[in-house]
Design a protein around this ligand. Sequence first.
Ligand code: ENO
Length: 402
Amino acid sequence: MAAPVSRLSHIAFHVPAGTGLVSDLVGKFRFRLFAARVTAHTRQLALRKGAAVFLVNERLGGAPPAHAFPSGPTPGDGGFLYDVGPSRPVSTASNVCFEVQDVASASQRLQERGFPLAIPPTHVTDDSGSVTYCVVRSVVGNVSHTLLDRSHYQGAFLPGFRAAGDVPEGPRDPAEATRFDHITYACSRGSTRAVLAWYQRCFGFQRFAVNRQEDAAEGYRIHGRGVGLRLAAMRYGKGGETGLDDDCKFVLAESLPEPGKNQVDAFLEQHGGAGIQHVGLHTPDIVSTARALAEAGVRFVEPPPAYYSEAGKAEEIREAGQDPRLLSQHGILLDGEMDGDGGSGGSSTPQRRYLMQIFTKPIFPEETFFLELIERQGAAGFGEGNIRALWKSVQAYLAKQE
Ligand SMILES: O=C(O)C(=O)Cc1ccc(O)cc1
């Protein structure tokens, strides 16, 4: 049996000190710092926006290299707590941490199935209680998964962290992004099957159809007219038939051989291998959120100039009850979903289901990790038209960079 996970706890970055990630998350993306752990060589800062939590692991000057902790860090040794150290110097989002009910039995199951642990079950305690965790390395690039049980912990975040930040969480702005919607991996060509199998065997993840035309084994191919992408998705929760649950989904993206530069290959090259390419933040009101973030200095990818004037696009937007001018002002993309797409069981009465997305520019100096805002109106999948538009914008941008 796999080691099922209960819920997503947080996503962790590894960055050198001074990258500006924390100040960008606070100042531009409106995350709130709520817990911190600082040692001589590392700083670990936890930031929250609604239910979305990022942990930023910073290597301070003179930090010992990762191989100084061959068996994983232990509290107080200057290493990162709750994670393995980074293997490469590039800034990266590399750990997706899940809560599990029983770390000991989860780690035993993983080992029995042949998945060695990077950090064996470890117990950490402070005045507010205790947490047990272990870390397993994913089959995807530099990604690892911390599994933790915090049912015996009452503190702000995790043992070893002190509460930080002086602004208490006030009444929440309803337009704010509130949780992680999905995590997308940039995968190397031909690896989709193996990645799906690994997550199914390891954590019991289930396949989730991105599109009704997709191939059960190979995923959904979006190709032609300069786009070449294979997508497959999986989810870990019970989810229900519609996939419209609160669980964060996982999307695997690999490029298909098509001429020209593309987003996935640029990621693999500049990141030094597969990994987390982007994280989608759910918002109930994408127009307000995009406006607020743009005013705070977030830079979004601009859709191709022809996007809003393509045949039927303005009509599709109006039929969805949205204003094409407003969406184009902010660069928001809208895609309708057909019955049967996005894992839906299908219904006899056709319904107008759609989703709206907007993608930030990469947040590090490299063409690697970016964030996305997504508002779902009944649509559980990912809009093919939106993906094509994003792909083309980035392709044009990458071509200009050369
Ligand atoms: O639409 C989304 O959010 C996806 O996750 C699909 C996707 C995957 C990879 C890309 O380079 C672009 C889009």
